[in-house]
Design a protein around this ligand. Structure first.
Ligand SMILES: *[C@@H]1O[C@H](CO)[C@@H](O)[C@H](O)[C@H]1NC(C)=O
Ligand SMILES: *[C@@H]1O[C@H](CO)[C@@H](O)[C@H](O)[C@H]1NC(C)=O
Ligand SMILES: *[C@@H]1O[C@H](CO)[C@@H](O)[C@H](O)[C@H]1NC(C)=O
Ligand SMILES: *[C@@H]1O[C@H](CO)[C@@H](O)[C@H](O)[C@H]1NC(C)=O
Ligand SMILES: *[C@@H]1O[C@H](CO)[C@@H](O)[C@H](O)[C@H]1NC(C)=O
Ligand SMILES: *[C@@H]1O[C@H](CO)[C@@H](O)[C@H](O)[C@H]1NC(C)=O
Ligand SMILES: [Zn+2]
Length: 933
């Protein structure tokens, strides 16, 4: 699954396993018969029968499985088997862990097979997980249409039907879906047959059902799907809708179809190119073929994640699958390609081989994230997805994992509610970063061979991280890919079982060329004593180095108490650069002289002798270390000044991210003007080369160039570069004057977000309403999304207040998952912060209800809110509010803790570092303006 959330886990408490099912019985096959009425007038009622074949591992008179959110027909629950079968004496649902306990009059015998039959019924809801109802407006006839979708990961399959809802319990599934003939059903496997007879008649005769549905038997159909391969319950999926589909030209033996509402079907073309190409690339890369005869991909209007990898039926939110030739930007295209690649990578990492327990979620998500870059690389090589993603992932790790309240990659879970919380940047980005690190130090060949072996050995089964280590190690032993006598497990356990990442400190001895190196965990509060250490691959480059230098390992025992001493460093007048290829997630600090040598090169014409990743590492380290008072800000400002020359997106993005952290805490203070002056110095030149400055995108096919133009235009307007907002305003007004603005938008698509934001910011209510109308008329998800974000740019407090109200009510303006996006956008906007903060404080109860008690949305807004604080007063106010609303925040505990920690560092920076920063800034501006900066 692909989410965009941040959370954490308390890991010092002893872990209890009460929430896990006992292992007396295990399912081997589910025969599921389900019948739905997609009709608000009958409250979306449904009926079901689950026939579950189970095998007994140990004798027991109690069967425990999961069920949630529907009624069980207790008197009809039974066990069948060959002879002498126990009778059911009790059926009890315990909500604590959603246990369905079935008690029997005597023991089931050991090593025997039985079938458990459970009839159930209920009503679907407009939630975002389980089996739920989604709605959309058909733009052609204006009618609201409904559909049924599923989202079972991680623990909502139990909301769909009674099941053993843990990844370990792999089974085959056979589904029969009854539904009105106006609808089409798709599931993991191909449709086998359709029948007009009620397939549930033995338990739910039409006499009963027809009265509830208030429909004729003849208007219904029962679709039966082929039996699935063995898989975990969270991968079961189906969609019942009035959608159309487009067949993709298949490049392998897999039939590929993309589904969408009919008015958006033209927008599936790009997905239908990318999907089959990526799938067959992975088949070749893993050397393991895709086992299913078909693969469907569907766009769902109400969707909690961006995508979900259900085997054979991948689901997406609209904007993550649908691409419009004229309305979607190049970034939208990039997002779609990488999301499709991510979900298809899961067909191997996750679906074929599944983690044993959610603790090792990173084995699914880290791999899918890493492998996705390879897939995108294969289809769009000019995008350089591998390096782009590697850098983005590493920077993400630096941001979250610096917190003491972060969590290890492989994380013990004490409670099922904590599972949702680990779908975070640690599992995705840190997981992917560590996998890339392994590929780099083992070499691609050894790495691929081991992955192939791992995928074959654990096919249709489960694995934990030690299983991966041992497959990698076996190949390594064979090939000698690790030159020391260390094991993969030794190295990797230091990265996956510990929270955080190291700071490597380098002190050079310039007279004898030797180097002293030390390591310790990098956190904001340096007084925290930590005994942690890592196996760190050090890739080191000297200024004059021509060939790729050798990898040096810092073992977990080196550089901790005493420095590691390297005899041969670089020559005394040349710089030495660590982690120049960003192989591993660690920070580097140097002695002052080495920093100066690096800065000299960087600020000269020869800056590109330092590789892009090395420039990113240096920029990121320099901003962070100065933020934390471990490097002089004067040095950082000077280093960053080279960005005037930078032609590559990644370093520019990194430098501006460092500045944005400062901007965030200065933006409401008196000194902001001076800060803006500095940033203008950095970006004006690059801003003038394209984008808003020329009211156009130049080199529109070059992703690097487009991203630079978009980024620099956006910063230029917010830093008041002369002409930027005026140009945006002019373009916005031109759009407003266009005949038929919904068809003809003259603004280059990649600049639309910035232009509409400025247009609304500088405009009146009329501009806001006009933009809202464009959003409502559009059937392109990307357009709707960027217009939604722009609506938060208004300067009118009352408009923002009205906007926020929409997040609480069922309405046509917003899809459910958009509510938290709106609140977060308003919080982080200039004037919106104050309105949104009061809104959250006063209305948290309503917000909670409006989010269907889903923790994801609350988590997002808490983190965004806390990230804005710069004074102790704000934090104190929050803390007392938090006390009063503890219960509503209980599922976002960890995000709140991380948010509070971030707020504390911001507040402390303002109190202690801001005066120093302003001093250095003034000095820098004074000296550089005299030397024609
Ligand atoms: C429900 O389950 C919890 C956790 O296993 C247990 O503590 C509690 O006693 C159970 N409640 C009932 C009514 O059985
Ligand atoms: C029980 O079911 C399993 C899985 O379907 C099968 O492999 C096994 O042979 C069965 N055992 C008996 C005793 O029928
Ligand atoms: C519809 O079903 C839901 C879920 O069972 C229930 O909460 C709600 O009260 C029902 N509404 C009506 C009008 O019956
Ligand atoms: C497409 O898939 C079908 C089976 O679904 C297969 O018969 C056909 O040969 C495939 N086409 C190509 C070009 O591989
Ligand atoms: C692919 O896997 C098969 C079976 O595991 C093996 O025989 C073959 O050599 C592999 N091909 C490549 C190119 O590695
Ligand atoms: C390899 O292991 C041996 C014996 O355990 C040890 O003496 C030696 O120092 C190790 N070599 C390296 C490079 O770590
Ligand atoms: Zn995923």
């Amino acid at each position: 699954m692909e989410l965009s959330l941040f959370l954490f886990i308390v890991c010092s408490v002893p872990v209890s396993h009460q929430y896990l099912l006992p292992d007396h019985v295990a399912p081997s096959h589910y025969q599921l018969r389900l019948m739905y009425d997609v009709d608000p007038n009958t409250n979306y009622s449904f009926y079901g029968v689950a026939d579950i074949q189970i095998s007994t591992k140990k004798a027991t008179s109690k069967i425990i499985l999961h069920a949630q959110n529907y009624m069980i027909s207790e008197d009809k629950v039974s066990v069948v088997g060959q002879k002498d079968v126990p009778k059911v004496t009790g059926v009890k649902l315990n909500d604590t862990y959603n246990f369905l306990e079935i008690t029997l009059d005597k023991d089931l015998e050991e090593n025997k097979n039985y079938t458990l039959i459970i009839p159930f019924y209920g009503n679907l809801m407009r939630e975002l997980d389980g089996v739920y109802i989604s709605a959309y407006k058909d733009k052609k006839n204006g009618k609201t249409e409904y559909l049924i979708a599923t989202q079972f990961q991680p623990i909502s399959a139990r909301k769909g039907f009674p099941c053993f809802d843990e990844p370990m319990f792999k089974s085959t599934f056979s589904l029969v879906l009854g539904h009105s003939k106006e609808y089409t059903a798709v599931s993991n496997m191909p449709l086998a047959t359709s029948s007009l007879d009620n397939a549930l008649e033995d338990y739910w005769p039409w006499d009963v059902v027809g009265k509830k549905f208030r429909k004729e038997l003849s208007s219904f159909v029962w679709d039966e799907f082929d039996k699935s391969v063995p898989m975990s319950s969270y991968l079961v999926a189906f969609v019942v809708s009035k959608y159309s589909y487009k067949s993709a030209p298949n490049t392998s033996n897999t039939k590929f179809r993309i589904w969408a509402r009919s008015d958006a079907i033209e927008q599936t073309s790009y997905a239908s190119e990318v999907g089959p190409a990526v799938l067959s690339h992975f088949e070749r890369w893993f050397n393991v073929s895709f086992p299913l005869p078909k693969q469907d991909m569907v766009a769902i209007p109400d969707f909690v994640a961006e995508g979900m990898e259900n085997w054979g039926l991948v689901t997406y939110e609209d904007a993550a699958l649908l691409y419009h030739d004229r309305e979607s930007s190049l970034s939208d295209k990039e997002r779609i390609a990488s999301l499709i690649a991510h979900e298809l990578a899961h067909q191997w990492f996750g679906n074929l081989v599944t983690m044993k327990s959610w603790s090792d979620l990173w084995l699914n998500e880290g791999f899918a994230t890493f492998v996705a870059s390879l897939g995108v690389n294969a289809i769009e090589p000019s995008w350089h997805a591998d390096i782009n993603n590697a850098v983005e992932n590493t920077l993400t790790v630096f941001n979250l994992d610096v917190l003491e309240s972060s969590h290890p990659v492989s994380v013990p879970l004490e409670d099922p509610t904590a599972i949702t919380e680990i779908f975070d940047d640690i599992s995705y980005s840190k997981g992917a970063t560590l996998i890339r690190m392994m590929e780099m130090f083992l070499g691609e060949e050894a790495f691929r061979e081991a992955l192939h072996n791992y995928l074959i050995k654990y096919s249709y089964s489960n694995a934990e991280q030690d299983d991966l280590w041992s497959e990698l190690n076996a190949v390594v032993m064979n090939k000698g890919a690790l030159n020391n006598n260390m094991t993969v497990k030794q190295v990797m356990d230091t990265w996956t079982k510990q929270t955080g990442f190291p700071l490597v400190t380098v002190n050079r001895n310039y007279s004898d060329k030797s180097v002293n190196i030390s390591q310790k965990r990098y956190v904001w509060r340096q007084e925290i004593l930590s005994s942690q250490s890592w196996w760190i691959p050090l890739s080191i480059k000297c200024e004059s180095g021509t060939e790729d230098p050798k990898l040096v390992w810092l073992s977990n025992e080196e550089g901790v108490l005493d420095d590691k001493h390297l005899e041969h460093g670089c020559d005394q007048n040349e710089w030495m650069l660590f982690n120049y290829n960003m192989m591993a997630p660690f920070r580097v600090n140097y002695d002052e002289n080495n920093w100066k040598l690096l800065i000299n090169t960087l600020t000269s014409d020869k800056y590109s002798v330092i590789p892009v990743e090395g420039r990113v590492q240096m920029l990121s380290d320099a901003f962070e270390l100065a933020w934390n008072n471990q490097l002089d800000y004067g040095m950082t400002l000077q280093l960053a000044s080279y960005l005037q020359r930078e032609q590559e997106y990644l370093p520019l993005y990194t430098g501006l991210s460092g500045l944005s952290k400062i901007s965030n805490v200065l933006k409401r203070s008196a000194e902001y003007g001076l800060f803006q002056e500095y940033v203008r110095m950095l970006i004006t030149r690059i801003y003038q080369s394209g984008g808003l400055a020329v009211k156009n995108i130049v080199n529109g096919d070059d992703l690097n160039s487009v991203k630079i133009q978009v980024l620099s235009s956006s910063w230029a307007c917010s830093m008041n570069v002369p002409g930027c907002e005026d140009n945006a305003l002019e373009m916005f007004q031109q759009w407003m004057k266009t005949q038929n603005p919904d068809e003809n938008n003259p603004i280059p698509v990649d600049l639309r977000s910035i232009v509409t934001c400025v247009g609304i910011h500088r405009g009146s209510e009329f501009h806001w309403s006009w933009s809202l109308e464009r959003r409502n008329r559009s059937d392109v998800a990307a357009t709707r999304e960027h217009l939604l974000d722009s609506l938060a740019c208004s300067r009118d407090v009352w408009i923002l207040a009205k906007f926020l109200e929409w997040t609480l009510t069922e309405n046509d303006e917003l899809h459910r998952q958009e509510s938290s996006r709106v609140i977060s956008e308003v919080i982080s906007s200039e004037v919106g912060y104050y309105v949104a903060r009061d809104f959250i404080y006063n209305r948290i109860k309503d917000i909670h209800t409006a989010f269907y008690d889903q923790s994801e949305g609350i988590t997002d807004i808490m983190k965004t809110l806390l990230g804005q604080f710069t004074t102790q007063k704000e934090l104190d106010e929050f803390l007392s509010w938090q006390k009063r609303n503890d219960e509503l925040l209980s599922e976002s505990k960890m995000a709140v803790a991380q948010g509070i920690e971030t707020a504390r560092t911001n507040i402390q920076w303002v109190e202690t570092m801001k005066p120093i920063f302003m001093d250095r800034l003034k000095e820098f501006i004074r000296t550089s303006s005299s030397t024609s900066f």
